[in-house]
Design a protein around this ligand. Structure first.
Ligand code: ATP
Ligand code: MG
Length: 549
């Protein structure tokens, strides 16, 4: 990365606007619909909107775009607030589009009074049939020429609950022959007798996205309303409504949404994964949601760095999941506490170590001296990884094999003398000799070895369940494959190790503390931990072990 990052196109626009004195201060907003948990794509939008506010001494509002009563819920509102805060951002104001329902209703009446909106009794099918196609103009609805008075009273009756869902809609009166289909008398209001998470049963008509969104931006005096590319065709309507209502002229700018490999990124699909039990919850650590990433041990810094690295583009592209993992690793390498855990245990017995003796060995706690040290108990019987012993060593094998010498991290050099196999030929135990004068920190043995491995003392070890994660999908872009995206779920995306051995200091691990289990990756305590059972998630491996399938 270069030191001086060039401006992205939105920053260029803002700098120009500030230079010309168009605005003294900028005000952006992040406008989630509270119909699901936020995903990494939303993190991109959060970092962009809040980042611009911070960079240019302006502010950012958090606005819940809650105009669709059926799918929205306060559970989602709470999770969204938690996620934004966790990412490290503070909103200037917490607003709800539903707070503006009175004002929006008033705006609609103004349009009717200007002859710019009408009540249409047509069904959704009838409206669609007259809509035309991109190459053919639409046709006027038979209700298009209703008088202003009639429209006012019908709209009031709609609000008063006189009609059933779908019986009438309010439409803008623009141009049924417009090249932009969104300008062919778009819907402004629909009837929906549904309970709203904030306004309860006060309303039975709800504004459509296009009517609520831009007007909310304008009510809040948002200077730069940033959204994703699919809203480009909506911009003409956005501007038309603001112009006709003669309200604060917010401007809409569009950037490319974030797409990432081996996952799906739409709340609708994520909801399916949760509801159909393909994952345990919205925050299942395999999900691309912010809450899942937090639970898995990703840091807010790493997510912000990731969003910074991918930049702000005007064309859609696909970002490799490995880049996100790279950012996580980069951050954890600087900050995670070091500890030892054995995931696939093999017993090691030190034949010349006194029975019943224990030593408290000193080991570094973190990546540098500032983190200090901790003690790790050492005794005659230890656990090491199965994979650190080879009966018939490969070339350049620096770990245990018959006769081979290896250093145990922060402990001693040991020589493997013998091993024991069970009836199936599996090695169940190795027997070693240790060299007392080779103790780490005061080694006078003169021995030199190439391999250092991790271990835990069998007598002192605690046990933990360890969950290892892989990609949730087997293909790069499950949404674009033939058939259902769920056909491409990776059946091995979760591997549970029920009884790993961990060093005793980890018994007091806290949620939110990140560890590097030496040679095994980065881990954190999971919220499923109970008084009797510790559960750790692997956040990410130490190196990019992923190979494209
Ligand atoms: P989804 O399609 O996943 O359901 P959405 O766009 O409907 O998402 P909203 O709650 O409406 O979700 O989004 C809030 C903000 O986040 C919007 O400004 C939207 O443009 C932005 N956003 C959503 N998905 C992405 C993404 N993948 N990349 C960047 N920004 C996104
Ligand atoms: Mg949306």
């Amino acid at each position: 990365m270069s030191e001086e990052k060039s401006l992205n196109f939105i920053e260029e626009i803002i700098e120009e606007d500030l230079k010309n004195g168009k605005y003294k201060n900028i005000l952006t907003r992040f406008p989630p619909e509270p119909n699901g948990y936020l995903h990494i794509g939303h993190a991109k939008s959060i970092c962009l909107n809040f980042g611009l506010g911070l960079k240019y001494g302006g502010q950012t509002n958090l606005r819940f775009d809650d105009t669709n009563p059926v799918k929205e819920d306060t559970e989602y509102v709470d999770s969204i607030k938690e996620d934004v805060k966790w990412l490290g951002f503070n909103w200037a104001n917490e607003y709800y589009a539903s707070d503006y329902f009175d004002q929006l209703y008033d705006f609609a009446l103004q349009l009717i009074k200007k002859g710019l909106a009408y009540v249409d009794d047509s069904s959704a099918e009838e409206i669609a049939a007259l809509k035309g196609t991109p190459t053919e103009p639409g046709k006027d609805s038979p209700y298009r020429s209703r008088s202003i008075e009639e429209n006012i009273s019908l709209f009031e009756e709609m609000k008063a609950g006189k009609y059933k869902d779908g019986e009438k809609v309010l439409r803008a009166k623009i141009d049924m022959a417009a090249t932009n289909m969104h300008m062919r008398d778009p819907l402004l209001y629909r009837i929906k007798h549904a309970h709203h998470h904030r306004t309860g049963d006060a309303w039975c008509i709800y504004p459509m996205y296009d009517f609520a969104h831009g007007q909310s931006d304008s009510i809040e005096n948002i200077t730069h309303s940033i959204c994703t590319l699919e809203f480009i065709p909506h911009r003409e309507l956005y501007d038309w409504l603001i112009e006709k209502l003669e309200i604060f002229p917010t401007k809409q700018y569009e950037f490319a949404r974030l797409n990432m490999t081996y996952t799906v990124m739409s709340k609708r699909r994520l909801l399916q994964l949760v509801e159909e039990g393909h994952v345990s919850a919205w925050d299942d650590p395999r999900m691309p949601t912010i809450s899942a990433m937090r639970r898995r041990g990703f840091t807010p810094e790493s997510l912000r760095n990731f969003c910074e690295k991918i930049g702000v583009a005007k064309r859609e592209n696909m970002i490799d999941f490995s880049l996100l993992e790279f950012c996580v690793r980069e951050d954890l390498n600087k900050s995670a506490l070091r500890a030892m855990a054995v995931l696939d245990p093999l017993k090691l017995i030190i034949t010349n170590y006194p029975d019943g003796q224990t030593e408290e060995l000193i080991s570094e706690n973190g990546p540098d001296e500032a983190y200090g040290t901790r003690t790790v108990p050492f005794s005659k019987e230890l656990w090491i990884e199965q994979e650190d012993f080879m009966e018939v060593p490969a070339k350049k094998w620096f770990r245990f094999a018959p006769g081979a010498m290896v250093r145990l991290k922060s402990a001693y050099i040991l020589r493997c003398d013998d091993f024991v196999k069970d009836a199936n030929g599996k090695v169940t135990e190795i027997k070693c000799t240790y060299f007392p004068e080779s103790k780490s920190g005061s080694d006078t043995s003169g021995l030199s070895v190439k391999g250092t491995i991790h271990w835990v003392s069998a007598q002192h070890a605690a046990q933990a369940e360890i969950r290892l994660y892989d990609r949730l999908f087997n293909v790069e872009n499950p949404s674009s494959e033939e058939g259902d995206f769920k056909d491409y779920i990776n059946p091995n995306s979760l591997q549970v190790i029920p009884n790993a051995y961990i060093e005793p200091s980890l018994k007091t691990a806290a949620i939110g503390t990140r560890y590097q289990f030496l040679r095994k990756g980065y881990f954190c305590l999971d919220k499923d931990t109970t008084a009797d059972k510790l559960v750790f998630n692997r956040t990410v491996t130490l190196k990019d072990a992923f190979v494209k399938k």
